[in-house]
Design a binder for this molecule. Structure first.
Ligand SMILES: Cc1ncc(COP(=O)(O)O)c(C=O)c1O
Length: 406
């Protein structure tokens, strides 16, 4: 007896767009998965089919991709160890390089120990799911990154959310959590779609008051906030032990790949033996471990990059805000340029592409319907002229599309 096979879901079923996916491709509004052919100075790139563009869509906040010292470290690691490892870390995959990298991260984040995994995504998934058991509660900010959400869903604990950065609601959640179980509060340091910061002093105080552990994801704050780029505690002038579980990625300000957890030695020992994403997945390749380790040195040796990044994002934000763009509460290098409906965001993105700016439209369901936006990330190596040019183009495009008054 034959049954009708249900067709696979379509993109249009999931994406909040008016036209068919093919129409967007044909009209040139589809700008995802574009291939970079060459990296050029000053935060510019050559893009297949588009030529030279100003890169406003990347996360190389400090402009460390192609840093000579970092490239040299990666090349030396290949010369010494080759391109791969003997497999998973727990069995044969650990190199002395991994241990050195983990010591470097622990020193940078001022913790007893650290552990690296194959990506930031895996780090969140593996850590949150390993730390909690039935009867425990994980409390997550509503705007946390998808990897945190997925980690919470995978954990056997009860998973609840608090309204974005709303401390009253967080306290309500903490009070209602099972008193006989562990409580874990998780938040991004800098929210990846909005660019604002978690209110760390308040969250940390609430966690102490309610005997909860605190985990903070520093994907977009490491190298970006704090006078010397050491991240969220430095930004708020708080002691290093304000966060129990310090998570970060090695793929943004650090020009490599991988994720890390930094914290007390007992926590790290536990994760080494219980975090499935660590145990059952291969070690970081030698070149990536060496590049990441050297990048932490460069951040400390070249503080002028952090100053340049902070100057650039403050200037860009003030230009866009003065013109009337809504940038939400951003205070960092991530600039959410609100457009409203998804189609308007796609049109403004295309206007920017046609004027040589590489920037992505972020549309529902990644962000709530009606809050589609361009997500522009400035970096330390952009010139002021390029930043002003990008602001001019976005403002003109915003006026033409009716997002801004003429
Ligand atoms: C806040 C946040 N956490 C985690 C990740 C995942 O990191 P990775 O890209 O290194 O897997 C990202 C990636 O964009 C992120 O924005």
């Amino acid at each position: 007896m034959s049954t009708m096979k249900i067709p696979l879901a379509t993109i249009e079923e999931v994406w909040d767009v008016e036209q068919s996916f093919n129409d967007y491709e044909q009209s040139g509004h589809y700008f995802y998965l574009k291939a970079t052919e060459e990296l050029l100075p000053n935060g510019r790139v050559r893009v297949q089919g588009h030529g030279e563009m100003i890169m406003l869509g990347g996360y190389s906040y400090l402009g460390l991709i192609r840093h000579p010292k970092i490239d040299a470290a990666a090349q030396a690691a290949i010369a010494k160890y080759g391109t791969g490892t003997y497999g998973v870390r727990l069995l044969a995959g650990t190199l002395d390089l991994h241990l050195q990298l983990e010591e470097r991260i622990a020193a940078f984040k001022q913790t007893e120990a650290a552990l690296t995994m194959s990506s930031g995504y895996v780090t969140n998934l593996a850590t949150i799911s390993a730390l909690l058991r039935r009867g425990d509660t994980v409390i997550s900010d509503k705007l946390n990154h998808a990897s945190i959400v997925d980690g919470c869903q995978l954990a056997m604990a009860e998973f609840v959310r608090f309204k974005h950065n709303d401390m009253d609601h967080l306290e309500y959640r903490l009070k209602r959590a099972n008193k006989n179980g562990r409580k874990l509060v998780v938040a991004d340091a800098v929210f990846s779609m909005d660019g604002d910061l978690i209110d760390l002093p308040a969250v940390s105080e609430l966690c102490r008051k309610h005997d909860a552990y605190l985990m903070i994801d520093e994907a977009h704050s490491l190298g970006v906030v704090g006078k010397t780029g050491h991240g969220i505690e430095e930004h708020f002038g708080m002691p290093p032990n304000s966060v129990d579980i310090k998570m970060g990625t090695l793929s943004k300000a650090i020009p490599s790949v991988g994720g890390y957890i930094a914290g007390e030695a007992d926590l790290i020992r536990y994760l080494k033996h219980l975090a499935r994403g660590f145990i059952f997945s291969a070690a970081l390749p030698p070149a990536q471990a060496a590049a990441a380790m050297t990048a932490f040195d460069v951040i400390e040796e070249e503080p002028e990059r952090i100053a340049a990044l902070q100057r650039n994002y403050l200037h860009f934000a003030s230009r866009l805000r003065e013109a009337g763009f809504d940038l939400l509460q951003t205070k960092t290098a991530i600039m959410p340029v609100l457009c409203g409906e998804s189609d308007v965001a796609l049109q403004l993105a295309k206007y920017c592409h046609d004027h040589g700016i590489f920037v992505q439209a972020i549309i529902a369901p990644v962000v709530p319907a009606g809050s589609a936006r361009l997500r522009a990330c400035v970096c330390a190596t952009h010139t002021m002229e390029d930043i002003d040019y990008c602001a001019d183009v976005m403002i003109k495009g915003g006026q033409l599309l009716g997002i801004l008054p003429k």
